[in-house]
Design a protein around this ligand. Structure first.
Ligand SMILES: [Zn+2]
Ligand SMILES: [Zn+2]
Length: 296
């Protein structure tokens, strides 16, 4: 399994030269399985670049993508109108979210393109679009088991865990630490993850001074969760719009003192997640990881 970051910024895009290295696009992560299946975690403005790369890679070939939205705040859905593969006949996209109200997902995705907010609505899109309000049970996407956990965030949010090809990746952004039940969810879903992507919007000082109750966390809490969960690698994400590259470098240095295997997510970052233990055959490994997930 391989992941690529297309957007790592939180709250709003920040196209500024001082942010150029980490990037200004809002959150979007692409996951590719060994069998070629494409998963997309969140559709922030980074989704536009992902669409361009798919067009260049696949040309006239049809493309299918399995999209998982953590929640419907703008910074996690605003790339959808600019994702050109959606406009192309022959492509298929399967939108998933863990929502409490039926049809909330389709309404949230299509609602941002209704008049007067956008010149065309989604009916103009040629790709097949399916919407799945999934519950809390894990789902199987061509061999990837995707499970979720509720986070502490205004209007709610979920973390996703993708278990595939013998590895595990966890995407846990938009979470404010401090709620015991939600923090336990984070530790549980991140347990033993190879890559743990976490909401590090604020510094611990900013959080204490003025950001309590805003729905986000800090790099220091990310370190604690990564340690408690036994995660192999911590990836700081959902960078504050006011955080420039130099400030992010400083935060990364601090975090590495406490958890050396830490990265700060940046646009274009590619992580290869190799299988943890080489199984006799790949299908055996998948079966094993599936049953482990379902029994949790
Ligand atoms: Zn956000
Ligand atoms: Zn949010």
């Amino acid at each position: 399994m391989k992941l690529r970051v297309w957007g790592a910024r939180g709250s709003t895009p920040t196209p500024e030269s001082a942010n150029a290295r980490y990037g200004g696009n809002t959150t979007c992560v692409e996951v590719r399985l060994e069998n070629g299946t494409i998963l997309i975690l969140d559709c922030g403005s980074g989704l536009r670049g992902l669409g361009k790369s798919h067009t260049a890679e696949f040309g006239p070939q049809p493309v299918a993508g399995y999209i998982f939205l953590t929640h419907f705040h703008w910074d996690h859905i605003q790339g959808i109108p600019f994702f050109t593969p959606l406009y192309k006949k022959g492509n298929s996209f399967f939108f998933h979210s863990v929502s409490l109200k039926a049809e909330e997902l389709q309404g949230a995705v299509e609602g941002q393109m209704v008049s007067p907010y956008f010149p065309v609505d989604m009916s103009i899109m040629g790709a097949v679009r399916n919407f799945y309000d999934i519950g809390t049970e894990p789902v199987d996407i061509h061999g990837a088991v995707v499970s979720s956990a509720q986070l502490n965030h205004p209007q709610g949010c979920v973390a996703y865990r993708v278990e595939a090809d013998g590895g595990a990746l966890v995407f846990a952004t938009d979470h404010e630490h401090g709620s015991a039940a939600h923090d336990e969810n984070v530790r549980r879903i991140a347990r033993g993850a190879d890559v743990f992507i976490y909401d590090a919007q604020y510094t611990p000082e900013e959080y204490e001074r003025e950001k309590k109750g805003w729905g986000h966390s800090t790099w220091a809490e990310g370190v604690k969760f990564a340690r408690d969960a036994g995660a192999r690698q911590l990836v700081l994400c959902h960078h504050d719009p006011d955080r420039d590259d130099r400030m992010l470098d400083r935060i990364l240095r601090e975090a590495r003192k406490q958890f050396p295997n830490t990265l700060a997510a940046s646009e274009g970052l590619v992580l290869d997640i190799p299988p943890r233990a080489r199984p006799k055959s790949r299908s055996t490994s998948r079966k094993r990881s599936t049953s482990r997930m379902r029994n949790r």
